[in-house]
Design a protein around this ligand. Sequence first.
Ligand code: FES
Length: 575
Amino acid sequence: MTKAKKPEDLRSHRWLGVNDLRSFGHRARLRQGGFDGPDWTGKPVIGIINTWSDINFCHTHLRARAEDVKRGVIQAGGFPLELPAMSLSEPFVKPSTMLYRNLLAMETEELLRSHPIDGAVLLGGCDKTTPGLIMGAISMGIPAIFVPAGPQLRGNWHGQTLGSGSDAWKYWDEKRAGRISQEQWEEIEGGIARTFGTCMVMGTAATMMAAAEALGFSLPGAAAIPAADSAHPRLAANSGRRIVDMVWEDLTPQKILSKKAFDNAIRVHMAMGGSTNAIIHLVAMARRAGIAVDMNRFDELSREIPVIANVRPSGDYLMEDFYYAGGTRALMAELRGVLDLDCITVNGKTIGENIEGAEVYKREVIHTLDDPVSRDGATAVLIGNLAPQGCVIKPSAAEKRLHKHRGKVIAFEDYNEMAREVVREDLDVTADHILVLKNGGPKGGPGMPEWGMLPIPTKLLKQGVKDMIRISDARMSGTSYGACILHVAPESFIGGPLAFVQTGDEIEIDVPARKIHLHVSDAEMAKRKAAWKQPAPKYPRGYGALYLEHIGQADIGCDFDFLGPLGAIPEPEIH
Ligand code: FES
C-alpha cells in the first residue's frame, strides 16, 4: 500500500487530533461512549452507513454485517462508527421508494460531511438504496466502498422454485383466471420470500449491485453472494479491512469512476438482462460524478451486448444459481473482450486483474456471447412524437410479436382509473389494443412508481393472453416482464405528448427501428394541448413539495437540479 496521507491529513484529525477546547469536547464525548485514545489516535474514522431497519427484510442481516465490517476496520487499524440512514424498504414505502432515493443520497452525503469521517462503508442493496448510497458518496468524494446486501435464496412452493415479483405477478394472473385456489395463493405467500436478502431475480436490486461492482465500487465477486451465505459476512469484514487502506491511499470515487467505468457497468447490465430502472440510476450516478452518460449510450451498448445471464425475468434461473455458476466475476470474464479492463476498482486493482481466473461453472446459467440467452437486448430506447426525450422497453422480456406493432389505444388518466377498468368483464379490449397510463411520471406519480407493467385486462387473461403493449411515463419493477414501454419523457403531468393521447388513437411501435409514433395530426395535438389542464400537485408542503420543485425528468436520471455536479462544498468549520 502506498500511503498518500499522514494522520494529520485525515478529516477526522480536525475533530480529534488537535489540542483545543472543541476537540476536548469531541474526545470527552467519545470517552462517554466508552472509547479511549487507542481507539482513535492516528486512525482513519470509518463511517458505516447502514440502511438496516425493522421494516426492510432485504436488509435484516445488515445489523449483523455492520459488526463484521467493524471487525475488519479494527483489524486494519481504523476506528469504525455506524451511522444509520433511511432504509427505503421497497415493498412498504409508498407511493414509491423512488420519491425518496434522492433524500437517501442527500442523507448519505450530509452524514459523511457533517461528521469526522475519513472513509465510508455503504450497506444497502434493496432497489433504490444502492444508487442512493452511491450518489451521496460520489458527491461527498471521500473513499467509499459498497457492500451489497446480496440476494435471498430461491423461493419454494410445492417443490417449485419461486422468484420474487415475477412469480407473484404470474400466480396472481393464474388466480384471477381461476386456475389456482385462495389456499394455494396463501401457500405461495409463505414460500416466495424465505430468507433475508434482496429479491433474487434480475430485478433492480440484483442489477444495481452488479452495476456497482462493475463500476469498481465493491470488492470483486461481491454482487451475487447470497445474503445467507457465510461468504457474505466474510465480504463485509474484508470490505472493512479494505476501506482503511483506501483512506490512506486516498482512493476516492473520483479516481475510480470514469466514462469507461460507466460503459463497463452498462455492458454488465445488458449482459445480465438487467432492470430498466438501472438506466435512470446510472445516468444519475454519472451526473453526480460529472460524467456525461445518457439514455442513448444504453441503446448503443444494448445493440452490442446480448443477454448472457439466464436469470428471470429474461431467463430461467435465479441469483442463487447465478452465484453457483460463478457470479459476477464469471459473467465479466465472459465479457472480457468488450470490457475496459484497465479501470481501477476499490481494491486498488483493475477489472482485468479482478476477473483473472474466473470461470463459468454452469453453462446453462451463464452463456457465452456467441450463444446468448437473448440477442434482443436488455434495453431499447425508442424516440418519436410520443416521447421526444425517449422511452424504454426491455425487448428480451417482451413477446417477440409485439416488437413491431400498431394498435388502437385505451387511455387511462391515472392509476385508479386503470385499476378500475382492467377488471371490467365488458371492457372493449383485444390483445392488439395498446393500454396507455398517464400521470405515473417523476412529478405525476409522484416518484415515478412501478406502475408500468399494467395488468392484462381480466377479460383477456381468461382468453389466455399473456402479453400486450402497455405505455406509461412510470417505471416498472425489474422483476416484471412484458411489452411495457416505460419512462416516456417528457411526462404527461408537465404536458408531454402522452398527456394528450385519447382512447381510439393509434400508436405504432417499431423496436428494431427504435421508433414510437402517435398517429394524431399536429393540428389535433395542438387543439388538445390548448384544452389541457395540469392536474393539481399532490404535495402542497414538506419534502414532497421540495421534490416537485426540483426533480428532473427520467432522461437525466430523476435527480434534483441542485444536486448535480456543482462546485465543491466547503468542509465544515470546527468551532
Ligand atoms: Fe428489497 Fe426487492 S424488495 S430488493
